[in-house]
Design a protein around this ligand. Structure first.
Ligand code: HEM
Ligand code: HEM
Length: 191
């Protein structure tokens, strides 16, 4: 290897990659449950699929809190894509993070306004984020459903982009996030 060059580890560390794929699992579950659970009316009780939506949702809130803190304290190696592609990818990632924080928060606000306590693993209670019966909480439930579609669209774009990198551009972007990512060529750094 040329003097001054060194192979670094994968762009995203093990914690970041674990959190990414854990998020994928939890968010996928939330879409399936959210779109198959019964319609919620005034007297609906949070049981069965609705209880699952709240329980998995609470786990996602906790995972996202850890993920955001981890991301702000552990920056991945730069992607070194052409400038335009790099900017588009950054914007998409920021929007994904925003939706991954907002959608669960709005669902939690709506649950509070229905008088439902959101519990982590069915045990640890989260505080209420809105008054029981509040109009604000009710409206945020509608926004939750709409923003879930926005998140869905962003994920679609994100997955198509990941596959485009892998099969069309044939670069190392997908490998940056895979479980057994090897150091990519674009991570060889001049020190
Ligand atoms: C990314 C994570 C989430 C996704 C993708 C998601 C998705 C959905 C979807 C698709 C619906 C049905 C909306 C409709 O048909 O109008 C829904 C409803 C709901 N979700 Fe979520 N959800 C997520 C997280 C959460 C969390 C964390 C909570 C609470 C802790 C939550 C609480 C609720 C409640 C209470 C409703 C009923 C809202 C209403 O009908 O007014 N969700 N969710
Ligand atoms: C629920 C579905 C998904 C969500 C919410 C999601 C979310 C995210 C977010 C927020 C990032 C930015 C990471 C950071 O910079 O901290 C990211 C990166 C990444 N994701 Fe996903 N992702 C999902 C599914 C997938 C799938 C299915 C693939 C593969 C086909 C994938 C491949 C990647 C790759 C390769 C990166 C790194 C990109 C880069 O460094 O430029 N993701 N994802």
């Amino acid at each position: 290897m040329a003097k001054g060059f060194e192979m670094k580890g994968p762009a995203y560390d093990t914690v970041a990659r674990t959190l990414h794929w854990l998020t994928v699992l939890l968010v996928s579950m939330q879409f399936v449950i959210g779109w198959t659970m019964p319609d919620i009316h005034k007297d609906t009780q949070p049981v069965n699929l609705i209880a699952w939506h709240l329980g998995v949702g609470a786990t996602l809130v906790a995972v996202m809190a850890i993920r955001v803190i981890w991301r702000l304290t552990h920056w991945p190696a730069p992607d070194e894509l052409p400038p335009l592609l790099s900017v588009v990818s950054r914007i998409t990632h920021v929007l994904l993070y925003a939706a991954l924080v907002l959608v669960p928060l709005l669902g939690w606000i709506n649950a509070s306004s229905r008088g439902w306590t959101v519990r982590l693993l069915g045990v640890v209670p989260f505080p209420a984020l809105s008054e029981q019966g509040s109009a604000f909480g009710h409206e945020m439930g509608d926004v939750h459903g709409i923003l879930a579609w926005v998140l869905f669209a962003l994920i679609g774009l994100h997955v198509v982009a990941a596959l485009f990198h892998r099969f069309v551009l044939k670069d190392h972007v997908l490998q940056r996030m895979l479980p057994h990512a090897r150091p990519a060529r674009n991570q060889v750094r001049d020190r």
